[in-house]
Design a protein. Structure first.
Length: 86
């Protein structure tokens, strides 16, 4: 019983850690990627304008990542986690 509880807690920890990494890294990567490649090089916008649009892209990505985390936290039941560990 204790071993199964530890496995479930480990699975929850891995899931939360993965989502934390995604929530931190994806917006930063999307900001610089969209700024450099789309708004600066492709569209040739001014610095301030490309920063504002890139921040908008990063905010959208952040909301998607947070929504995925909330969805997973709300709809994953302990029985699903136990089935995955079996």
């Amino acid at each position: 019983m204790t071993n199964q509880k530890e496995q479930t807690e480990l699975q929850v920890f891995k899931t939360v850690l993965l989502h934390c990494i995604i929530i931190i890294t994806f917006p930063v990567i999307s900001f610089f990627t969209s700024k450099i490649f789309i708004f600066d090089k492709l569209l040739g916008l001014e610095t301030v304008t490309s920063n504002v649009y890139s921040a908008g892209v990063a905010i959208a990505i952040l909301h998607i990542a947070l929504g995925a985390f909330i969805y997973r936290a709300y709809f994953d039941t302990p029985s699903k986690l136990q089935m995955k560990s079996d």
